[in-house]
Design a binder for this molecule. Structure first.
Ligand code: FES
Length: 102
């Protein structure tokens, strides 16, 4: 059974309309804030490995900084092809900390 581990502090979360990268163990997690909803997915773009947490939010999508593929941070799906799917992770907030279930 997987368990929740600390990802960061709530104070470090991206502002509304922004994304950010967080290292977590061997992985890097992309956290996005879309309309004040925080979600977490893999940081590595399935096109050529671009760092999604360095991308921009446009509308409710995250745009890869390298070649502009768009991703839905809530589902992990690529806008142009829902078969391309990044892993998304449950988050929970506890005592000012952000916990992630990897
Ligand atoms: S690496 Fe993300 S769009 Fe190319």
């Amino acid at each position: 059974m997987s368990e929740f581990v600390k990802l960061t502090d709530q104070a470090e979360l991206p502002a509304e309309g922004e994304a950010k990268e967080f290292p977590c163990g061997a992985k890097v997690i992309c956290v996005a804030n879309v309309n004040r909803v925080i979600s977490a997915m893999d940081n590595v773009c399935l096109h050529r490995g671009g760092p999604l947490g360095q991308g921009a939010i446009e509308g409710d999508k995250l745009v890869c900084p390298w070649h502009g593929w768009q991703w839905d941070p809530k589902t992990g799906e690529a806008v142009h092809s829902p078969n391309l799917k990044l892993k998304v992770y449950p988050l929970k907030m506890e005592n000012g900390e952000v916990l992630i279930e990897l």
